[in-house]
Design a protein around this ligand. Sequence first.
Ligand SMILES: Cc1ncc(COP(=O)(O)O)c(C=O)c1O
Length: 382
Amino acid sequence: MPDRTSLMRRIESVLDSGWLSNGGPMVDELETKVAQRLTAKHVVAVCNGTVALQVMAKACGLAGEVIVPSMTFVATPHAMQWIGLTPVFADVTHADHTLDPESVERCITPRTSAILAVHLWGNPCHVKQLQQVADRNGLKLLFDASHAFGCDCQNRPIGNFGLAEAISFHATKVMHAAEGGVIVTNDDTVAERCRLMRNFGITDLTSIDSAGTNAKMNELCAAAGLTSLESIDDVIQHNQQNMQAYRKAISGVRGLRLAVPPSSERRNSQYVVVEVNQQEFGLNRDGLLQVLRAEGVFARSYFQPGCHNAAPYAGQAGHQPVPMPVTERLLHNVLQLPTGPAVTKNDIRRIGQLLETVHQHAGAVLERVANDDRLGLVPDAA
Ligand SMILES: Cc1ncc(COP(=O)(O)O)c(C=O)c1O
């Protein structure tokens, strides 16, 4: 949580001013500070990350089909579907779980207008190759950077790639405004269109330019965002130390692999994601998840059932034209371990010991959990 005194001071100031929404000083300040931090020309604050994706897509003139990963939070394809576009799912690379440019290329049809890639877990996408695919095929390249605030790619802050990038400032994110989001772009026209669209398409008191929506961020959320931004370097530093501790704790455990490759570039280290290899570890992901939960470790599995297996996309050929073997595998073996300011190095050492113990006694653990009604685990046949 950001500093409470600082947050309360800002909230008092909003209440004193009586200016709660419609582009007040807090939103202005947040946009300026985020733009400075990301070294980007334009930042447009909106009410959440999903709406940021929608306004960005509309402002960039997307039409027809948009290629997205299935290995993402469902907000990515839903945002496109909700505004009448067709999300088409491509596979990701095993190394970093971001869009595989070759798989993307195989999804392109005459109806494709754009690629919407996701910097999953804060791992930068294969930006250069994706840009080449986009340029070769006359497509726009956009990014969902919801996991990647504070990360660099090719020594530039994420936010500066493609035509525009959308970032969620949801409470679960490293930089948050309770609810909120931003569109980041270096394109003047896209920025101008985003600003109009987030406010009903209104240009001034007497004219309306186009259809718009109400996507505005309010002043209280901007106050929370500014407060979060104040402490973000401390949060990231703590996360990075935690990531180091996890690397050490997990490196000796057979069958577990951290899905966030080490990098000399800046990372926010907000997502500690491991892949569980059932054959080597002795237990599958869901079994391990249940054991961890029973031991009080709040681990999470992502992203079940997988966007392409969820309504309204499941079984629809138009949404899934290519096989996605990597995504299919990851959906069954990816696990997120707890981190953040409340998690200490000592906690991580204990989690590491627990993982090692579960691995060493996997057979007995499997038998025990399978017979434990409270856990209700049905082990995989394989
Ligand atoms: C990858 C990704 N895209 C989009 C979103 C949607 O953002 P919001 O919850 O702010 O609408 C989220 C998470 O919330 C996300 O993780």
